[in-house]
Design a protein around this ligand. Structure first.
Ligand SMILES: Cc1ncc(COP(=O)(O)O)c(C=O)c1O
Length: 443
């Protein structure tokens, strides 16, 4: 049973506390009173340091699209590890992964690799500045685009600082360069009129707009086609670049979110899934744009280096993962997502618990309220008005852990191709059991 202060995970956490602040190197993997420590994974299952088996519904926040230790990915890594770990020369695997992604993503004719989604977005932002000679970058309030100064502006602003609904203030979290707010323009999600006015007001200085078509940290909030089209039109009109952050929302369609939504961005940042479980980031766009910015033969406008860029281990894992993730695999996985969303909606009905199911394709959210989630402000107001929502989320998370299901504390899940229908049904059954127990406890 979790928590158990006699467990090996608990002991490991006490050891970690001595040498790391809060015993932790990654805030998202901490949960109180102690995180469970991972021992090994196989397919859609993970085993913790105490030998407890669980189904992994987070898949390293989406990166492990084929689950743990897929034999083809492991074989590619084994073979590569015996030949070359990293090297200050290009390798053939880098070309193959680039070919696979160029073939697949409508807005990408050429691509470059980096080491994380954060870097992919960061280089996209720098590229937009280098290309346009302007400074300002717009983003949606509350949207997460990695740990990088200008993209952290207004990540979690509070009502006292966030300004008017139709003209949000940029708010810098602790540690973010104060000047970042001057060059980051904050847009209200899905408010077409207000966002258009803001973009027009900054048109002269606007280098680009970064959008994630489906914002995971806002409960899988989907940007509407009208909003996306408006930003596409406005950026074109003022000569700014539209940047899609598909680090996460690549899962939306076989050709990524852009293929699914029929909008071609100028630049696309990628990461997670495309590395087959190894660290990766990427930035792609049209040949003309990418060559102008980065072609070393032409004295590129921008510097783009990195000791581990396109390192062969990430490249071969990425190639194996992308070859496995063909259209049939994508469609089957999206079907599992649909089955889970339908099942969870039924569970909410049967148990009478308040809740909303969100997401698309292999991304599934379960939020413990029927109140509107909507954009960042609506979501925060809802959560502040009803502390019960977070309490139920926490209770659900802990109960699911004890039923053998590991999902994100905030209530979202990301599926893997290692799952089959019976795994999804297991998650649905356990959700019902946990929600019934929460009901019984509340009565
Ligand atoms: C939409 C989005 N952009 C960027 C990132 C940053 O990627 P990484 O954690 O690989 O730096 C993430 C990570 O969760 C993400 O979800």
């Amino acid at each position: 049973m979790y928590p158990d202060m006699q467990s090996r995970s608990s002991a490991l956490y006490r050891r970690a506390l001595a040498v790391m602040p809060g015993g932790n190197s990654r805030h998202t993997v901490y949960f109180p009173p102690y995180p469970i420590y991972a021992q090994r994974g196989d397919g859609c299952r993970i085993w913790d340091a105490d030998g407890v088996e669980r189904i992994d519904c987070i898949n390293n926040y989406s990166a492990l699209i084929h689950g743990h230790c897929h034999p083809q990915i492991v074989a590619a890594l084994r073979e590569q590890a015996g030949r070359l770990l990293s090297v200050s020369l290009p390798t053939e695997a880098e070309i193959r992964l680039a070919e696979l992604l160029v073939e697949r993503m409508p807005g990408i004719e050429q691509i470059r690799f980096a080491n994380s989604g954060t870097e992919g977005v960061m280089f996209a932002v720098m590229a937009a500045r280098a290309y346009t000679g302007r400074n300002k970058i717009a983003k949606v309030e509350g949207a997460y685009h990695g740990s990088y100064d200008s993209m952290e502006v207004s990540l979690y602003p509070t009502p006292d600082a966030w300004g008017p609904d139709e003209a949000p203030h940029g708010v810098a979290p602790a540690g973010v360069h104060a000047g970042a707010t001057a060059n980051t323009v904050v847009l209200p999600a899905n408010n077409v009129e207000a966002a258009r006015n803001i973009l027009r007001a900054h048109a002269q200085d606007l280098a680009g707009v970064v959008l994630d078509p489906m914002v995971k940290n806002l409960g899988y909030l989907q940007l509407t086609p009208e909003f996306l089209q408006m930003v596409r039109d406005e950026t074109r009109a003022v000569g700014a670049l539209l940047i899609f952050d598909e680090v996460y929302s690549f899962r939306l369609g076989y050709h990524g979110a852009q293929g699914e939504l029929g909008i071609n961005p100028d630049l696309t940042a990628m990461g997670k899934v495309i590395g087959g479980g190894m660290p990766i980031g990427a930035l792609g766009g049209s040949r003309e744009l990418m060559e102008q910015l980065f072609d070393p033969r032409e004295g590129s406008r921008m510097s783009h280096t990195g000791t581990f860029n396109a390192n062969p281990m990430s490249m071969v894992a990425g190639v194996a993962a992308m070859e496995l993730y063909d259209r049939a695999a994508h469609d089957r996985l999206a079907g599992l997502g649909e089955r889970l969303r339908d099942g969870l909606r039924d569970v909410l009905k049967i148990t009478g618990r308040p809740g909303t199911v969100t997401g698309a394709a292999s991304m599934v959210g379960l939020f413990h309220t029927e109140l509107p989630m909507g954009d960042y402000r609506a979501m925060l107001k809802t959560i502040m008005a009803e502390p019960r929502i977070m309490q139920q989320a926490e209770a659900f998370f802990q109960r699911m852990l004890n039923e053998g299901v590991y999902l994100a504390r905030q209530g979202f899940m990301v599926l893997s191709t290692a799952m089959c229908e019976s795994d999804v049904d297991f998650i649905i059954d356990k959700s019902e059991k946990c929600l019934r127990a929460i009901s019984a406890e509340a009565a």
